[in-house]
Each structure stands twice: as C-alpha cells, then as structure tokens.
Design a protein around this ligand. Structure first.
Ligand SMILES: [Zn+2]
Ligand SMILES: [Zn+2]
Length: 168
C-alpha cells in the first residue's frame, strides 16, 4: 500500500506490539480504527522520547482529503477530541485511520499527561483551539523543556505562560 500523503510505500511494523503501517518518508501511520483506541506507549518510553518523536516527525495536517491506501475511496476527516485534539482521516469502508507525521506521538504524549494530572482537560481544550502559529510555538517549547520528569503544571506554564487563568 502507498502512503496517502506522499505516495511512498508503507511498511508494516509493530508499534508497542500493535501492527500498523508506517510511512518512513513522512512518518505517518495507518492503522485500524479499533486499534487506535488501545494503542499506548509503554510507561518505559518516557516523555523525553515522545517529545523527540513529536518534534522530529511533525508534519502539517493534510488539509485536502486523501484516499484510502487500501480501497482508494476518499477518507473522511474526523476530529478526535479525546485524548488529544487531532484531525485524522478515516476510511469508513476499511475502518482505517491515517495519522499525519507526529500525530501518533502527540496522542501518546497527551495520554501521558492525562495520566498525570487534571490539567489535561484544559490542555486538550487549549490544543484544540491553537492556531498554526501557536502550534509551532508549542513545538518549540516542547524542544526547550528542561527535564523529562517535569510536572504537568510546569509543562503547562511553559507552553502557555500564566498558570492561574486555567483555574477559572
Ligand atoms: Zn508518506
Ligand atoms: Zn478503504
């Protein structure tokens, strides 16, 4: 199967024991819709590694509709609010989901933070309303994070500045 974003050949790999198709060129992933919900990085992965993934693999969202690599039908755009705010492409027929480069990492990173603090709900909300410029800023801030054991609250204030306005 060919990558729906860049037409390179997709490779079958295991991501945390889950079979997925990966594009080595643009870092996107194709996987079954069902599996997307269960896919979790093992706790050993660490936030540092996830951050690196998100930064290295980040690609712009595919804005035009893409075609399902399996059946060739146009994929539907779908917004996933939980746990991360993402736009993904879904084939209704094959039940395949296409994630642009960096999106699976973002999903995992948000999962991590969800486990660690209640801020995550606001965090997701904030992510959902980001402009492309803010997203770029967000990714730069990720890069600048001092230490992988940073608390979510510290992460939050690094991403978005003031700490107090998210309590009201
Ligand atoms: Zn690709
Ligand atoms: Zn399909």
């Amino acid at each position: 199967m060919k990558c729906p974003a860049c037409q390179s050949e997709l490779r079958r790999i295991l991501y945390e024991s889950v079979p997925v198709f990966r594009c080595l060129e643009c870092h996107g992933y194709l996987l079954s819709e069902k599996r997307l919900e269960g896919i979790r990085r093992s706790p050993a992965t660490g936030i540092e590694q996830l951050k690196r993934e998100v930064i290295q693999e980040a690609q712009p969202d595919t804005l035009d509709s893409v075609r399902c690599p399996r059946c060739g039908r146009k994929m539907d755009k779908r917004y996933i609010e939980q746990p991360a705010a993402l736009h993904v492409d879904v084939c209704r027929e094959c039940r395949f989901v296409w994630l642009d480069g960096g999106e699976l990492g973002r999903l995992q990173l948000t999962n991590e933070m969800t486990l660690k603090g209640q801020e995550s709900r606001r965090f997701r909300k904030r992510l959902a309303t980001m402009t492309p410029e803010e997203k770029a800023e967000f990714e730069r801030n990720l890069e600048a994070l001092p230490d992988e054991k940073a608390e979510p609250s510290i992460l939050w204030s690094m991403f978005f500045g003031r700490r107090h306005d998210w309590f009201c």
